[in-house]
Ligand binder design. Structure first.
Ligand SMILES: *[C@@H]1O[C@H](CO)[C@@H](O)[C@H](O)[C@H]1NC(C)=O
Ligand SMILES: *[C@@H]1O[C@H](CO)[C@@H](O)[C@H](O)[C@H]1NC(C)=O
Ligand SMILES: *[C@@H]1O[C@H](CO)[C@@H](O)[C@H](O)[C@H]1NC(C)=O
Ligand SMILES: *[C@@H]1O[C@H](CO)[C@@H](O)[C@H](O)[C@H]1NC(C)=O
Ligand SMILES: *[C@@H]1O[C@H](CO)[C@@H](O)[C@H](O)[C@H]1NC(C)=O
Ligand SMILES: [Zn+2]
Length: 616
């Protein structure tokens, strides 16, 4: 899954610098610059820590008081610090430095994002960000069909649970529509104002708009085109998967008439956003007679707790010779939903920038999804731990996609039958080719079903930032992308009175999304390289690197450099190529792709780009 809290991303710096106040520059030596940097890094740790801690306190206890403290620390102390230091840094002729690393650090310190806004604007932006996140995190839906209790239900675990498990169309529609009415629908005006402030900051910093700024983190003039090419390479596979799943859903819901142009109703795929389809695995399993690879029952049977899942995850990283989760992690993480207060349940991994404090916040329930999410979040923490001795501005992924790819890397090994058997969670596994197809189908339902979703969100948002999509088209453009890329359509007619983008966490929370698309592709490049290091002889999808110190060493090399080296070089060092490639992903899924093509022979594959008539 794709969770990585980035409330702090509004303050952490980007990578490319297009502006500098030339007139203010005075000549100071590089040695002086290094001295200045040492002091900067000490001070920065303090400001980053304090703001992060306040942000944590708010996220794990949603009170107005905690919000006020957090906003104040961000918008007064940290923003002021960031801005003041950027100005100081720009007094150095850092663009002419001969030390490349030093130059890179300065370029990051001076590229300050929204901290360049006036105090008033910055505070307004932070408040909008918090308010929207709060609406999202506290939204509840009442009037459940056939439920006279009068209860109202939050997204997690209730509404998600309905979408995941129910086959009752009334109930599914209630949860799907209700969630959107209670969350996104309340925020389009706030979002519009928020966008204008982000754009204002981006322009001050010399970018065309906020999308231009976000894309700059990828340090590549061809980034947009590269993503499009990757998507087009994968699309035929997604179409096959989509066609097969659509057929099974039609069999499951014979009374529901699916539109002729090929789209799937968005509420039938087991996930509130139709972004991962594992919850309907049982409907589409290639060999239905074989047991599923789902370990949920086994986890429950063996009395697993959230803590035990965390310990097992820690064990995986240790087996590679990587860094164990430190003591404060175990003391301070929030790993189950507290009963006594509102929290932001959305899973996230936190670096407190003091080199000691790292935490996960999530509302774990004991099932396979959370088992995987725990490994994902802990992967982020492992990256934080590996680069913690870097200067503060290099403490991030080589690019944002790297962070998510590393977070997912454990799951590729941990999901294999080899691994699950070795930890006693798949006692009845029998190895045969049909079982392999079941396994790959389950992987595809999470990793491949996700790709068009991962791609479309920022396609939408970049167009909003650039002004190409005005407020009056927020929702229609959102659905045009959903219909075009995912091949789904809204089960309830939508209009501009709705704001369905706001019902996806990363939009109100302002976490960029293309990173997840990138991550879902490059993680297979990473895995291929790690498996090679581990001396794996199995097909890629059955490679489990647990226990391999050689793979661990490769991984550690990648992680320790943080953002100090441009990502193509980091990728080259691990994989031998400096380009993103979908080939390892396609190789991983080859047996399933071949099987789907056979199954779909003579059947309709694909869908119209446009949404079905009458849905918007
Ligand atoms: C939540 O925050 C409030 C301050 O608004 C504080 O009084 C309370 O003790 C906190 N609750 C917990 C469980 O930390
Ligand atoms: C802003 O930061 C500078 C340097 O860090 C400090 O001297 C100044 O007092 C701060 N101003 C405010 C309003 O906090
Ligand atoms: C940087 O170098 C360029 C070209 O060598 C020179 O024109 C410019 O004045 C230098 N800038 C500063 C601030 O020293
Ligand atoms: C609700 O009640 C109706 C009519 O009694 C029934 O047809 C439907 O299946 C029920 N739905 C659920 C979710 O129980
Ligand atoms: C799980 O807990 C139940 C009830 O407390 C107990 O009977 C059972 O032996 C436990 N199972 C395992 C595998 O520990
Ligand atoms: Zn993540």
């Amino acid at each position: 899954m794709e969770f990585f809290n980035q409330i702090r991303s509004i303050l952490t710096v980007g990578l490319i610098l297009f502006f500098v106040a030339e007139s203010a520059i005075i000549q100071i030596s590089e040695a002086e610059a290094k001295k200045w940097l040492n002091k900067y890094n000490v001070d920065a740790e303090k400001y980053f820590f304090e703001a992060t801690e306040a942000d944590w306190n708010y996220n794990t206890n949603l009170t107005d008081y905690n919000l006020a403290i957090s906003v104040s620390l961000f918008s007064n102390d940290l923003a002021n610090f960031t801005e003041t230091k950027a100005k100081e840094a720009n007094k150095f002729a850092w663009k002419n430095f001969t030390d490349e690393l030093l130059k890179r650090e300065f370029s990051k310190i001076t590229d300050i994002g929204p901290a360049s806004l006036s105090d008033k604007d910055f505070q307004r932006m932070s408040t909008l960000n918090s308010d929207m996140t709060k609406i999202y995190s506290t939204a509840k839906v009442c009037n459940k069909p056939n439920d006279s209790s009068g209860k109202c239900y939050p997204l997690d675990p209730d509404l998600s649970g309905v979408i995941a498990k129910s086959n009752d169309l009334d109930e599914l529609t209630w949860a799907w529509k209700g969630w959107r009415d209670a969350s996104g629908k309340l925020m389009p005006d706030m979002y519009e104002e928020f966008v204008s402030l982000l754009n204002k900051a981006a322009k001050i910093n010399g970018y065309e708009d906020n999308g231009d700024y976000w894309r700059s983190w990828y340090e590549s003039p061809t980034f947009r085109k590269d993503c499009e090419d990757l998507w087009l390479e994968i699309k035929p596979f997604y179409e096959q998967l989509h066609a097969y799943v659509r057929r099974k859903l039609q069999q499951k819901y014979p009374k529901l008439s699916f539109p002729k142009d090929g789209h799937i109703p968005a509420h039938l795929l087991g996930n509130m956003w139709a972004q991962a389809w594992n919850n309907i695995e049982y409907m589409v399993r290639p060999a239905p007679d074989l047991p599923s690879m789902d370990i949920t029952d086994e986890l429950v049977k063996q009395n697993y707790t959230a803590l035990k899942i965390f310990q097992l995850s820690d064990q995986f990283f240790k087996s590679l010779g990587l860094i164990p989760m430190p003591e404060p992690f175990w003391q301070k993480s929030m790993i189950v939903k507290p009963a006594d207060r509102d929290v932001v349940c959305h899973a996230s991994a936190w670096d407190f920038y003091n080199r000691k404090d790292f935490r996960i916040k999530q509302c774990t329930t004991v099932n396979m999804g959370w088992f995987m999410t725990t490994h994902h979040e802990m992967g982020h923490i492992e990256y934080y731990l590996q680069y913690k001795e870097q200067p503060i501005n290099f403490r991030s992924g080589a690019n944002p996609g790297f962070h998510e790819a590393i977070a997912d890397i454990a799951s590729l090994s941990v999901a294999t039958p080899e691994y699950l058997k070795s930890v006693g969670l798949l006692p009845n596994f029998v190895d045969n080719p049909s079982g392999d197809l079941n396994f790959l189908m389950n992987q595809a339902l999470s990793k491949v079903a996700f790709l068009p979703f991962g791609y479309m969100i920022d396609q939408w948002r970049w167009d909003v930032f650039s002004g190409q999509t005005p407020r009056s088209q927020y929702n229609s453009k959102w659905w045009q992308n959903r219909c075009k890329y995912q091949g789904i359509y809204p089960p309830v007619k939508r209009s501009e009175f709705d704001f369905d983008a706001g019902s996806k966490f990363h939009v109100p929370n302002n976490t960029p999304y293309i990173r997840y698309f990138v991550a879902h592709i490059i993680q297979y490049q990473f895995q291929e390289a790690l498996c090679k290091a581990a001396g794996n002889t199995r097909p890629l999808h059955r490679c489990n690197v647990a226990g391999s110190k050689e793979a661990g060493k490769k991984l550690s090399e990648l992680m320790t450099s943080g953002a100090s080296i441009p990502w193509p070089k980091v990728l080259q060092k691990l994989t031998g190529t400096d380009k993103m490639s979908a080939k390892p992903l396609m190789a991983y899924f080859k047996p399933l792709i071949d099987w789907l093509k056979k199954e779909n022979q003579g059947q309709k594959v694909g869908w119209d780009e446009k949404c079905p008539p009458g849905s918007l």
